[in-house]
Design a protein around this ligand. Structure first.
Ligand code: C5P
Length: 250
């Protein structure tokens, strides 16, 4: 990035060519970046899902997709072949990653199952809707004076399905809770057959849903536990991938 200081015509501002020392340091960082996922195939899911009520309305949630996109980019930079299965987000699709766009939990399940046999790692950062309208209306529902009751049915639990079918893949789930997320995260790890679970407290201000930063606890089926203090999602992504690499190299 350009640096601040005296620029041409004696003016002050941001626009100087970065110092050679700075450029050299950045280049060295890039060259030394770990390629510890080279040759590995990693599937990441990201973003919310949409569960349609009728032709124009849906149930969804506030997931921005940033955590999953950061994971996909971090895995790519560490040498992995990455498939990103993404619900609707406003983020630009990452370069150098195979992107599959989906809307509903059912579509996400299909896309993930189709690629599951070919991958070694699945990271489920998507905020999949837990319920969907039992009988979506065709066309647009009309407004009436009476209260409207919606009947919802559970969506397929993608991660649990993968846990039942896994043949050596490493499964990473997320567990977003209000308050201490750790007890519930342990329960999910066991119930869904996960190798790692990333727990975060969404009631803490400035982190998690829609935020640039996240603070998480990473729990492993082997009993490991790491606290990651508030940090940009890309930094959190690399900390999660460190655990994935450790498990792959077991
Ligand atoms: O049970 P809960 O929805 O809190 O679990 C969260 C984890 O399970 C996340 O990793 C999420 O991507 C995954 N999940 C899923 N399919 C669902 C619901 C959640 O894969 N239907």
């Amino acid at each position: 990035e350009p640096e601040e200081g005296e620029v041409l015509c004696g003016e002050e501002g941001r626009g100087r060519l970065a110092s050679l020392e700075h450029i050299l340091a950045e280049a060295e960082l890039l060259l030394r970046r770990a390629r510890d996922l080279a040759g590995r195939r990693v599937l990441v899911t990201a973003g919310p899902t949409r569960e349609w009520l009728d032709a124009v309305r849906f149930l969804s949630n506030a997931s921005s997709g940033r955590m999953g996109y950061a994971l996909a980019e971090a895995a790519r930079d560490r040498g992995a072949a990455v498939v990103l299965v993404s619900g609707p987000t406003s983020l630009p699709l990452p370069e150098g990653v195979e992107c599959v766009r989906v809307e509903t939990a059912a579509e996400m399940l299909q896309a993930v199952l189709a690629r599951f046999p070919e991958v070694e790692v699945v990271i489920k950062a998507a905020a999949v809707a837990d319920y969907r309208p039992a009988t979506p209306a065709g066309g647009k529902m009309k407004k009436g004076a009476e209260p409207l009751e919606l009947k919802l049915e559970p969506t397929p639990d993608i991660l649990r399905t993968l846990g039942e079918r896994k043949s050596g893949q490493i499964l990473v789930g997320f567990s977003a809770e209000v308050g201490d997320p750790v007890p519930e995260a342990w329960r999910k790890l066991k119930a869904k057959g996960l190798d790692l679970v990333v727990a975060n407290d969404i009631s803490r201000p400035g982190i998690g849903f829609e935020a640039e930063e996240n603070a998480v606890t990473i729990l492993g089926a082997d009993g490991t536990r790491e606290e990651v203090p508030p940090a940009p999602k890309r930094v959190v992504a690399d900390r999660i991938l460190n655990h994935v690499v450790r498990l792959l190299n077991r």
